[in-house]
Write a protein of this length. Structure first.
Length: 263
């Protein structure tokens, strides 16, 4: 497993993945942070659409993480794509057969690859957090936003809590992407199915099913990213997602260990 882990880390250093996946991740975070601050106004009317927040709200202790909060769903989708591409490309290029020659224990290979992607995902998320914080501090003075509360104990606690929840949520999306890539043996199909389910399909189901917010995985992952809600507690969200994670892990490991690697 250690060999598979180190091998995957080397592959993750490829320029295409770093600039494509990591760059897109950082770009989304930067864009949402910039838009949030630049659209801040003295007052916010109910008629305003989109992401609008007042200067007074951004001057509070949690104002620093407003951009990260709104970037959560985009972070999840990008992470889903990164994991799906990393696993699905092994099938399309035929690399998986070569890897299995060196490491015939399939479950160990799968776990090693996944752990390497988790490390990569955490590093990208930390970089995204740094980018968001730097941009927020750089743009805040031009909008008259008071940043003194951001560095208070409450502000730092909010930053840590937000990063922790975003990391867990994004890695949950990534796990879904990896599982779909193994099941469909294609990164393109995995990405299409994953995005199609998380965005339009779950939105429709949530509108038709009153209890959908308690059970739909995409809804739960978004709720986890925001730190829970009044209707679905963080504890319930974590327990439900943990149960889903066990089922997905067992099903993916069984599929990967039993099925031929060829398309």
């Amino acid at each position: 497993m250690i060999g598979a882990f180190l091998s995957e880390l080397l592959k993750l250093r490829r320029r295409g993945l770093l600039l494509g996946g990591g760059g897109l991740f950082l770009g989304f975070t930067a864009l949402v942070t910039i838009i949030g601050i630049e659209r801040a106004s003295k007052t916010v009317s109910p008629e305003q659409r989109g992401f609008h927040v007042s200067v007074a709200e951004l001057s509070q202790a949690n104002g620093l993480v407003r951009g990260l909060d709104h970037a959560g769903p985009l972070m999840g989708i990008v992470m889903l794509g990164i994991f799906a591409a990393a696993f699905g490309s092994e099938y399309s290029t035929g690399m998986l057969r070569n890897l299995l020659v060196r490491e015939p224990r399939r479950v160990q290979l799968l776990v090693g690859k996944f752990c390497a992607l988790v490390v990569f995902g955490i590093l990208v998320l930390l970089a995204a957090g740094v980018v968001s914080v730097v941009i927020a501090y750089a743009l805040a003075p031009s909008k008259g936003i008071d940043t003194s509360a951001w560095s208070s104990s409450t502000g730092l606690s909010d930053l840590w809590s937000t990063m922790w929840h975003l990391t867990l949520s994004s890695l949950g999306f990534g796990t879904l992407g990896a599982a779909l890539a193994v099941i469909f043996r294609s990164s393109v199909i995995a990405l299409g199915v994953g995005v199609g389910w998380v965005l339009p399909a779950e939105a429709i189901l949530a509108a038709l099913w009153s209890n959908g917010q308690y059970w739909l995985p995409g809804q739960l992952l978004e709720n986890l990213a925001s730190g829970g809600s009044a209707s679905v507690s963080l504890a319930r969200t974590g327990l439900t997602l943990g149960a889903y994670g066990i089922v997905v892990a067992v099903a993916t490991a069984y599929t990967f260990s039993r099925r031929d690697v060829a398309n």
